[in-house]
Write a protein that binds this ligand. Structure first.
Ligand code: CUA
Length: 336
């Protein structure tokens, strides 16, 4: 029994620690802002754990102390009373100092989080039920473009993200990189961050925003400056023209269906603004805001059954013949 108990504790601690690293953990920081937050977390944990331990030890001692059986329960000892008063007063002051100290630390960290150097990359993110509209802004309008659900950033460069919402309140949170910031309709918030190493970080909407709140993921791809420049230059371009007859057929089918009422594919007449931009949809890692890995099969599955995969989603079901479905999936898969 004892052995099982120990094994259980071991398994539980392993499980708990497994949450401390990975692509979506505030305890596995990928940049200075997340490091500040992780440091704050560990400081709070250490101080509070030490206080809890001290209280438990003191409690243990006092429970073990016994009064002699014949002692008068109402008798008081003035010297002892004075000692107790001093101890209680001292501990009250210590509590105040600890709380003030932790508040000061928290305030200093927050101040550092919001003083980031002028940004090298400026991104505007608009929250939708349930996906992220992403706009890369530049003073030169011809270099501004829109994408969705995945942002790329150059390693080591400050990135500023401006946030607002098209419908309800969402919250932008990439735990390995920064704290949370809300996306509020009719109001602009912002948050800045720097990444320290190349990698992929996963973010998640952190404010309950309806049925598919859990399927509102975002990916941050941090890459060296030259890779980022290549990505940005590719995203600015219009969509690749279909490279084979099937994709050609798929494009025609796509353009003849209501798909174009909601989606934009730059370089074609499709210019809807309701759903995610699809100009380079196949260059992304995931489909439907982190719900499915990108592949031709999943593109087809998503088009044929959006409500089975993400119940409540706004994407309507479009009637398609099987060969049209395959052709459209092939066309979309060509949009790298
Ligand atoms: Cu958007 Cu939760």
């Amino acid at each position: 029994m004892m052995r099982h108990g120990r094994l259980g504790i071991l398994a539980l601690s392993a499980l708990a620690l497994a949450g401390c690293n990975g692509i979506q953990s505030p305890l596995d920081p990928g940049g200075p802002q997340a490091q500040d937050l992780a440091r704050l977390f560990w400081t709070f944990t250490a101080v509070l754990a030490a206080i809890w331990l001290a209280v438990m030890v003191a409690l243990g001692f006092s429970l073990r102390r016994r009064r002699p059986a014949d002692a008068d329960p109402l008798a008081t000892d003035p010297a002892r009373e004075r000692r107790f008063t001093a101890v209680v007063a001292g501990l009250s002051v210590a509590t105040g100092v600890t709380v003030l100290g932790l508040t000061g630390l928290s305030y200093a960290t927050q101040k550092r989080l919001f003083t980031v150097e002028p940004e090298a990359v400026s991104i505007r993110i608009t929250g939708h039920q349930w996906w992220w509209e992403v706009r890369y802004e530049e003073p030169d309008a011809s270099r501004t473009f829109t994408t969705a659900n995945e942002i790329h950033v150059p390693v080591g460069q400050p990135v500023k993200v401006k946030l607002n919402s098209a419908d309800v309140i969402h919250s932008f949170w990439v735990p390995s990189l920064m704290g949370k910031q809300d996306l509020i309709p009719g109001r602009e918030n912002d948050i800045s961050f720097v990444t320290e190493r190349p990698g992929i970080y996963r973010g998640q909407c952190a404010e309950f925003c309806g049925f598919q709140h859990a399927h509102m993921g975002i990916l941050v791809v941090a890459e060296p400056q030259d890779a980022f420049d290549r990505w940005r230059n590719a995203q600015i371009k219009a969509a690749n023209p279909p490279s084979d007859p099937e994709r050609e057929k798929g494009q025609q089918a796509f353009l003849s269906k209501p798909c174009i009422m909601c989606h934009t594919v730059r370089g074609t007449p499709a210019s809807g603004k309701v759903g995610p931009e699809l100009t380079h949809v196949a260059s992304r890692w995931y489909l439907a805001a982190g719900t499915l890995p990108m592949s031709r099969g999943n593109l087809a599955a998503w088009i044929i059954d959006p409500h089975g995969i993400k119940p409540g989603v706004n994407m309507p079901l479009i009637k398609l013949e099987p060969d049209e479905l395959n052709a459209i999936a092939a066309f979309l898969e060509g949009l790298k």
